[in-house]
Design a protein around this ligand. Structure first.
Ligand SMILES: *[C@@H]1O[C@H](CO)[C@@H](O)[C@H](O)[C@H]1NC(C)=O
Ligand SMILES: *[C@@H]1O[C@H](CO)[C@@H](O)[C@H](O)[C@H]1NC(C)=O
Ligand SMILES: *[C@@H]1O[C@H](CO)[C@@H](O)[C@H](O)[C@H]1NC(C)=O
Length: 552
């Protein structure tokens, strides 16, 4: 054919092609053939001679040729039989892309005589492509506060096929939070949207990995998948919660400053700064509070020292606050444990540093003891030396009296050093000592004693007084007191003897001396009767003499 045309003059050929193009465009009655894409080359499409009503062999004799739009050969014409065969395998997606329908135009030219026939070949789509996602993974960041019913658009999958062979439906792997809705947005394409069915909780599940599947409408359908990773974004929906609402601790009062008392701990399920807990004293850092809390670690240390005797219990409230301002609270109950850190104290109420001899059960001192510690640490025992004639008598509460155990005798011991020891029962035992010195004051408990029970004295009457005196001096070898008594005795005798004649004054008692001891001086000085038989009785009476102590 080409060679035949080549033989014709140049001018004629140009004219011919112009007419051909015109007729091609204007052609209305055309023969249409349809085959599925991807049909094997050489496949029978139609018998053209039969379809055009031509005799067998006419195509050959009339010089039949096929012209293709775009000059790409699609078919092969067997001019002897009139059969139209597929020249090569045709890919609809390559030839037409998204154009639908995919029609390939061609023309049958008969040269002798000239005649044109319009024809076209429609390629029908087969499902030879699968849906395909451009990204292997999609990442969605969804705050945990998002309400159910909220939708999140997803990227679509591509499918080069057309019509029903393109993507028709999207599905997501089974999960309890989402489902996928497939939308048809007017251009025929389907769009997937992820819809939240159930609230997310980052603290329960911080991430979800789902599989999105795109299904086309082929038979059988083809599919493509992609991963959908959902990161649940934290919101500050959790307040710090202490592991214990009450911490109970015991701290010895002698714990050194900075001692660790207890460690409190709060948890916050939120992430990042929303989950970062800082610890503070709930009531602020009061000056009176003897504790400090470490903001980061929650360690509570001793600040200012404890004193059991001053404060026995502390209730410290600790707040834990996260970076979003939510807070929780706990109480630390601190019991201060007593330590035997106080020695007993002795307070002297009354003290008589002198006590008269011969007096039984005389109160020497009254005192009280105290110990601010508690329990055994504050329980006390009081003692004095064993070898002393004194007794400690508990009175009421912690009062004691120190009394003489028996009458004291100045003449055997005139002074006692008494150590009062107060010991508590704590561990270690602490004690206090108080020394007092008691002097025994003298009482006139020793009567003058004659060396002989009877003195025989012969005095001649009418003697001079000087002689009598000389005799008396010789006898009075016992004591000066005795001498004095004798002098008084003699003086009284002389006075009485001369009374009738002179009627002089005499201060002595009338008649005999009284038969008992007499307080002459007013200071306890006694005279002794010359009647020796009477001495024992007089001494007994003397023992009733008492001084009184001024104590309360
Ligand atoms: C899409 O897929 C889901 C799940 O397989 C199915 O329930 C639904 O009917 C399908 N929709 C269409 C339009 O095919
Ligand atoms: C009492 O103590 C004083 C002073 O220590 C001492 O001089 C005196 O001898 C002591 N008296 C007795 C009886 O131990
Ligand atoms: C009390 O007396 C005892 C015994 O003499 C002595 O060891 C002690 O040091 C004295 N205590 C005081 C506080 O004077």
């Amino acid at each position: 054919m080409e060679t035949a045309l080549a033989k014709t003059p140049q001018k004629r050929q140009v004219l011919f092609l112009a007419i051909l193009m015109l007729l091609w465009e204007a052609g209305s009655d055309s023969i249409r053939y349809s085959i599925p894409e991807e049909t094997e080359s050489g496949s029978f499409v139609a018998n053209l001679a039969k379809d055009l009503g031509l005799r067998v062999g006419e195509l050959a004799t009339r010089g039949a040729r096929i012209h293709y739009k775009g000059n790409k050969q699609l078919l092969e014409l067997d001019v002897e039989t009139g059969n139209l065969l597929l020249y090569e395998k045709l890919d609809r997606e390559v030839l037409c892309g998204v154009t639908d329908p995919c029609i390939l135009y061609f023309q049958l030219l008969l040269e002798n005589p000239v005649q044109f026939f319009q024809a076209d070949l429609q390629l029908t789509d087969i499902n030879d492509h699968s849906p395909e996602f451009l990204d292997k993974e999609m990442l969605l960041k969804i705050p945990e506060s998002v309400q159910p019913g909220t939708v999140f658009p997803l990227k679509i999958a591509q499918d080069f096929d057309i019509g029903g062979n393109t993507v028709q439906n999207y599905t997501i792997s089974p999960n309890s939070h989402f489902h996928v809705v497939t939308h048809n947005r007017g251009d025929g394409r389907k769009y997937p949207e992820l819809m939240l069915d159930k609230s997310l909780d980052r603290e329960e599940q911080s991430e979800l990995s789902l599989t999105l599947t795109a299904l086309d409408g082929g038979d059988p359908p083809r599919s493509g998948t992609t991963a959908v990773r959902i990161e649940v974004v934290d919101i500050n929906d959790n307040a710090p919660a202490f592991l214990q609402s009450l911490y109970e601790v015991q701290v010895p009062e002698n714990s050194p400053p900075n001692s660790l008392v207890v460690v409190v701990s709060a948890q916050d399920l939120d992430a990042g700064t929303y989950g970062n807990v800082r610890y503070t004293l709930f009531q602020g850092n009061q000056v009176i509070q003897p504790f400090v809390v470490d903001e980061i670690t929650g360690e509570i240390h001793l600040k200012k020292a404890l004193d059991f005797e001053a404060t026995r219990y502390y209730n410290v409230e600790i707040a834990g606050t996260d970076g979003g301002g939510l807070s929780g609270k706990c109480t630390v109950a601190i019991e201060v444990v007593d330590v035997n850190d106080n020695a007993p104290e002795l307070t002297m109420s009354t003290l008589s540093s002198t006590t008269p001899e011969n007096s039984p059960e005389t109160v020497v001192a009254v005192f009280s003891v105290s110990d601010p510690d508690s329990g055994d640490n504050g329980r006390m025992v009081c003692s004095i030396q064993n070898d002393l004639p004194f007794l400690l008598k508990p009175t009421f509460k912690n009062f004691y009296t120190l009394v003489t155990e028996k009458p004291l005798d100045r003449e055997s011991q005139a002074e006692y050093n008494i150590t009062i020891t107060v010991t508590d029962l704590g561990t270690p035992r602490l004690k206090t000592q108080h020394n007092i010195t008691v002097t025994v004051s003298d009482v006139n408990d020793n009567a003058p004693a004659f060396s002989q029970t009877t003195y025989t004295l012969r005095v001649r009457e009418n003697n001079s007084p000087a002689l009598h005196i000389g005799m008396v001096v010789a006898l009075a070898s016992v004591s000066s007191l005795f001498l004095f008594s004798v002098l008084v005795f003699v003086a009284v005798r002389l006075c009485r003897r001369s009374r009738a004649a002179s009627a002089g004054r005499c201060s002595g008692p009338e008649g005999h001396f009284p038969g008992h001891l007499v307080d002459v001086s007013g200071a306890g000085t006694l005279s002794q009767s010359y009647q020796y038989e009477g001495i024992g009785k007089e001494m007994e009476e003397n023992a009733t003499f008492r001084n009184s102590f001024g104590f309360n």
